[in-house]
Design a protein around this ligand. Structure first.
Ligand code: ADP
Ligand code: MG
Length: 671
């Protein structure tokens, strides 16, 4: 069917680019104009169609201007209300007219009523519809009728062969594709709302399955492509790593050993590693990164280690410098805030291959920085980086191995779908000797008590963080709040040494303050959420999070993870302001009741949906339209198995399926 340009423009707005896209533009709901319910039998809550004669019609002015009509049949009277109406409507609904009204039935004060029902002329001359009317998502200026017409044409005109071979489909007990879309666009009439939902369920599941399968296939294809590319095998005796391990004041936990073996093995391969190392805050990922770096260095290659914030990058730099000094390895520091001269010097050391290890922020992958022989890239807190930034790093002289670290646990279903192109290692155990953090919820009315508590703790030579509230609307306001909080606390506690860090502070000042806090020269550190990622000060054992109700779950968990790192009993006070929104209350409950990052992430997925949780990936990866990761977890499992099978035994089917579902999806997963 020819589509006029104006309609085409609307289609594009809805993401409908080719006829097949219309097939997958599924109805939001259905209207049943195939039958008439007698007014006496209308049930509140149901959507139904009634027919009768208008026996009364008037414009009312209280509580606001509205058109109110009475529709009557032999069983009762139904009130029709219109808050916005045209004179033509008033005419259509004049007393004596035979009218059919379709809408949601409400139990009003004077019997049943409908607000803004869809009205048309009734009577003998107006035959009832033969099929349910699908209602589609649409956009301004594109009437339902036009959409319906073109969708029906696409359904009739397109060949919709099943992409899945019978042998694969059969055990799944899913209907075939063509039947599924037919049913969803043209469901049978004469079913109640619940019966209809029940009838359509398998067809909808087929569509969800196909979507998940397409996602799995594209992830597996990427995975395979990567394995066909070349990277330098980084194999060595492991002398350097062994020497570092020997010098450490602690032994690796079982979980650390396990992931280290996985990573070390990957790096000896001749295709690029892309491994995500997941571990809750404080689980000890840094030492694993250091071991990986040493394996690359001993194999004669360079390593780039980067972190999303200056504070965190600097902390890594200092830690690795200390750890590696006895091995005769000196890392180079590179960040955006370096003076031009120093930056050039660092870049030239990297380009000459004079330094085996460069540590810094995203300044590490600016154009000017060319590595002589890059073998391994380590990205800490990878979820904080954008997709493009990772791409940029890939482009530098051959393909390095990549180790990505994240302290934001990814729930299993999310990892299986959106991270299936990566290999994943999990540190599922904390180092011994940690005392769990006690969490307290305290209403803002008791702020003075909290002040006193902080003072007492600091005087008893403990160290504390005071985390300033998050202010979404304005960075300037956030800064101001931090400055004010610092001023207030300094005035209230003249006997304490109190530092301040925030994002706008010059970097050397930030570093000095952090170092002073780490040394124990400061009792109390007032901070914005810049300390959220990775900051490690074992002696700090008290944290107050001001306006905790404004923070997200992942953020609260990360912040709280800054304490409880030493042997001392730690306390995290969540100071909140009433009244709490439903969502904020739920978040505080979850963080209060749970300490396990994975458990918290699962709740987070439920509260926020996958889009938010994916962070950096979110911008790049096409989101699921039909399937729900939690609700359809069984389909996800099945899709993963089928994807493997198809790629192994039915390559053409896999190709056809990807073609159908991903044809016009941009290819974001190169990272
Ligand atoms: P994260 O996984 O959050 O990056 P870090 O690597 O910063 O955690 O480690 C947190 C703290 O635990 C550090 O002070 C680190 O030195 C210490 N640590 C790491 N591994 C162990 C271990 N096996 N035993 C004892 N302490 C450890
Ligand atoms: Mg870390």
């Amino acid at each position: 069917m020819k589509v006029p340009p104006a309609t085409l423009a609307k289609f594009v707005k809805l993401g409908l680019h080719q006829p097949f896209d219309l097939v997958l533009h599924l109805p939001l709901r259905y209207e049943d104009e195939t039958r008439i319910t007698r007014i006496g039998e209308l049930l509140p809550g149901e959507t139904a169609q009634a027919e009768g004669e208008i026996v009364h019609c008037e414009v009312m002015y209280r509580p606001r201007r509205s058109l109110v009509c009475q529709l009557q049949d032999e069983t009762g009277t139904l009130t029709l209300r219109f808050l916005n109406f045209y004179p033509s409507q008033q005419k259509q609904l004049a007393v004596g007219k035979k009218i059919r009204a379709l809408g949601e039935v409400r139990g009003g004060f004077f019997g049943v009523e409908m607000v803004h029902p869809k009205c048309r002329a009734g009577g003998e001359e107006a035959p009832l519809k033969q099929a349910l009317t699908p209602i589609y998502p649409t956009t301004a200026g594109l009437p339902q009728g036009t959409l319906q017409k073109h969708i029906q044409a696409a359904l009739a005109g397109l060949e919709l062969p099943d992409t899945l071979p019978e042998a694969v489909l059969q055990p799944l007990r899913l209907p075939d594709f063509a039947a599924s879309v037919q049913q969803l666009h043209n469901p049978p009439p004469h079913l109640g709302e619940q019966e209809l939902a029940y009838h359509l369920r398998p067809y909808l599941r087929r569509i969800k399955f196909d979507e998940l399968l397409a996602q799995q296939l594209s992830m597996r294809v990427h995975y395979r492509k990567r394995r066909s590319r070349n990277a330098p095998p980084l194999a060595c005796d492991g002398t350097l790593a062994a020497r570092l391990l020997q010098a450490l004041p602690f032994r690796l936990t079982g979980a650390q050993q396990k992931v280290w073996q996985e990573i070390s093995g990957d790096m000896t391969q001749s295709h690029p590693m892309q491994r995500l190392l997941q571990g809750d805050v404080g689980s000890g990922k840094t030492i694993v990164a250091a071991l990986a770096a040493l394996q690359a260095i001993e194999s004669g290659y360079q390593v780039a280690l980067m972190a999303p914030t200056e504070i965190l990058a600097e902390q890594h730099y200092l830690k690795l410098r200390d750890w590696l000094a006895p091995l005769g390895i000196a890392p180079v520091w590179l960040s955006g805030s370096l003076k031009k001269k120093d930056k050039t010097a660092a870049a030239s050391q990297i380009a000459q291959g004079d330094t085996p290890l460069a540590i810094g922020t995203h300044a590490l992958f600016q154009k000017e920085v060319e590595f002589a022989k890059l073998g391994l890239v380590i990205v800490d807190e990878q979820h904080k980086f954008g997709v493009q930034q990772r791409l940029a790093l890939r482009g530098k002289g051959g393909e390095p191995h990549q180790l990505m670290m994240s302290a934001t646990p990814i729930p299993r279903t999310l990892a299986m779908s959106y991270y299936a192109d990566l290999d994943v290692s999990v540190i599922d155990e904390l180092p011994p000797g940690r005392t769990p953090v006690v969490t307290k919820l305290v209403s803002d009315g008791r702020r003075e008590e909290v002040f006193e508590r902080v003072r007492q703790a600091c005087l008893a030579s403990k160290q504390a963080y005071w985390v300033c509230p998050l202010i979404d609307e304005s960075e300037a306001l956030q800064l101001q709040t931090a400055l004010e909080t610092h001023a207030t606390l300094t005035q209230a506690f003249p006997e304490l040494r109190i530092g301040l860090v925030h994002g706008k502070l010059p970097n050397d000042e930030k570093a000095q303050t952090m170092a002073a806090f780490k040394r124990g020269d400061l009792h109390l550190l007032v901070a914005t959420t810049v300390i959220e990622v990775g900051v490690d000060v074992p002696n700090a054992s008290l944290m107050v999070i001001d306006h905790a109700e404004r923070m997200g779950l992942a953020q609260l968990h990360q912040l709280r993870g800054r304490v409880g790192r030493g042997a001392a009993e730690s306390l995290c006070v969540l100071l909140y302001q009433q009244p709490l929104s439903e969502l904020a209350r739920e978040r505080l409950r979850v963080i209060y009741e749970n300490t396990d990052g994975f458990e918290i992430a699962r709740h987070d997925l439920k509260l926020r949906g996958p889009g938010e949780l994916l962070g950096a990936r979110q911008s790049g990866v096409p989101m699921l339209r039909f399937a729900d990761l939690e609700e359809d977890a069984d389909l996800l499992d099945a899709a993963r198995d089928v994807a493997e099978k198809l790629l192994l035994n039915h390559a053409e089917a896999a190709q056809a399926h990807l073609q159908r579902w991903m044809a016009n999806k941009p290819d974001f997963l190169h990272a």
